[in-house]
Design a protein around this ligand. Sequence first.
Ligand code: NDP
Length: 314
Amino acid sequence: MSARIVVSADGRKAFESWRQAFAAVAPDVDVCSWYDPAWQPQPGDYALIWKPRSEHMERLAQMKGIVCTGAGVDHLLAHTDFPRNIPLVRMGGGQTARLMADYVIWAVLGLLRGARTWAASQEQGVWYNNVCSRTSDTTRVGVMGLGHLGAYVAQALSRMGFCVSGWKRSPAELDGVTVWHGMDNLPSFLAEVDILVNLLPSTPATDGLIDYGLLSHLPKGAGFVNVGRGRHVVQDDLLRALDDGTLSGAVLDVVTPEPLPQDSALWHNPRLTITPHVASEASREAQARYAVDVVAMLERGETPALLCDVARGY
Ligand code: NDP
């Protein structure tokens, strides 16, 4: 491939690890650092980015295409100067989806069996015998967002025997999953969900969507897993739902802000498990392989599956 990939992801110091990753998976691809003083943008350069600074926007506008190392691009579209007329492709690939499915399976099983209470009892040296007779095949899991990650996660849960439904913007069919779509159907979808998983992208339409009113549509004592974005959830409403039994427990991989401040009430809620935004980040090699494949597709004039629709916001 003759195209050049310019890496700005993870800042100045990380380039060496990216160089090694590209050398391992695509040694013939020309890769250089955004921060190399000798680098000047050339027509046909592609950028690999994560969180570019404002002063990078002018150079980004000279790229032929941009690959983001994250699946969520909300932080990029929030920049008023981010170039919107250049193909922007979100991170994907099999490893990203498998990692997410592994995390969600862990979280859902943890909520099903009340694993949070085991950990707390062990810390206190207490033999707390909370035997659980609920099984996966009678537990209904609902996935909000059935895109690249959500569809994979929903089908992985379905293969494990859970009763799985999903909710998205437009109508669709998905093997093993009952699919609901649109705001009008949201209450009906929620009414039949024992454990709700959020895998929506952050957009003006989805930020703040998960509030007390939404959670109240779930059967009383439902569980909740957030792997989308912290902004989707009204955190005070979540705490209220945990306190009054609307929810029996929740697992949050994403919160607002990140990192979560030490004095946040979320840390101390006994029904919450918090992880530091670690659900799914593919290895450098997998990300490099994906970036090379995307650039090759764009060079051939093809449309990558995860090309961002800037107007839609995902
Ligand atoms: P996609 O863009 O592939 O899928 C988004 C899904 O959400 C689609 O099914 C879409 O519906 C649906 N959707 C979007 N807007 C609405 C709406 N207003 N109402 C109903 N449904 C809506 O995203 P991915 O699956 O790749 O990623 C999802 C999110 O996961 C990312 O944006 C990111 O925030 C988060 N993420 C978190 C990670 C972590 O480590 N915690 C790692 C990676 C991603 P339709 O198909 O009908 O358009």
